[in-house]
Design a protein around this ligand. Sequence first.
Ligand code: KIV
Length: 274
Amino acid sequence: MRLTINKIQDMKKAGEKITMLTAYDYSTAKIVDESGVNLILVGDTLGEVMMGYETTLPVTIEEMLFHTKAVVRGTKNALIIGDMPFMTYQINADEAMRNAGRFMQETGCQAVKLEGGATVANTIKRIVDAGIPVMGHIGLTPQSINQLGGHRVQGKTPDTASRLLDDALAVQQAGAFAIVIELVPMQLAKVITSRLSIPTIGIGAGPYCDGQVLVIHDMLGWFTDFVPKHTKQYANLADVIKTAVSSYMDEVKSGAFPTAAHTSSIDEELLKDL
Ligand code: KIV
C-alpha cells in the first residue's frame, strides 16, 4: 500500500519525522523503496547528476516523464512526486495544469512539485482543485538560480525572512500538502515549521523541519563533481564502483574472468566437424 498525503500529514501531527530521497531510475528507486523511505522525489536535479548539465534549467518535461515512469515501476510503498521542470508551470495556470496532468496520467506518480511562493499560489490552487496533490518548494529555488545569483542561503535578513514566511503561508493556503524548504537558516526553518500545519521537508535547512530530503547521488557519494555543504555522505559509491571496475578489468586481462561457471558448455564431440 502506498503512503498517502493524509498519512504524511498525520506524521507531522504525531511528531514523526518524514524521510524523502530523490531517485531517477527503476533499480535505485526499488532499493530506496524497499528501505522504507516515505517520499521519493523524481527531482529535476537529474539534469545535474544523471545528465551532466550545470543547472536544472535544460531539463524537459519529456525527460522528467521518462524517469518518473521508471521510478513508479520500481516502487510499491513510497509516495512518488514528479518534479515539474523549468517553464512547464510558469507561463500560465492552464499550461501548468495540463503538464501536472501529464505527470499523473503518463507516469502514475501520486503528486507533483513546483518551485516558488506567493507568485505561484494561484497555479498551485488550480492544480490542487483538479485533484492533483502539490508539494511546494521555497528558499533556494534552483530553477531561479540566475535571478538568485547562485546557490546562496535565502532569508538571512528580516525582510527576506519575512517574505519566505509569507511565501510558505501562501503555498499552504493554496492547498499544497507539504513544502520543501531549501537552504534557509535553521532558525527561520523552525519558525516556518511551527507556523504551518502542513509538513516542511528541509534540505540545508536544519533539524527543525518535519522531514528531510537529500539528493541520492550526493548522500551515496556517487556524484563526484562537488559535494554540497548541506549533504552528509552515508557511503562512497564512487570508490565502490571504481574498485569493482578495476577488479573486473584486471580479471578480464589476466583471464581470471569469466570462468566455466559464468558460461555454458556442450560436449566437444558435437563440434568435431567444425
Ligand atoms: O530536484 C530536486 O532534487 C529537488 C530537491 C533538492 C528538493 O528539488
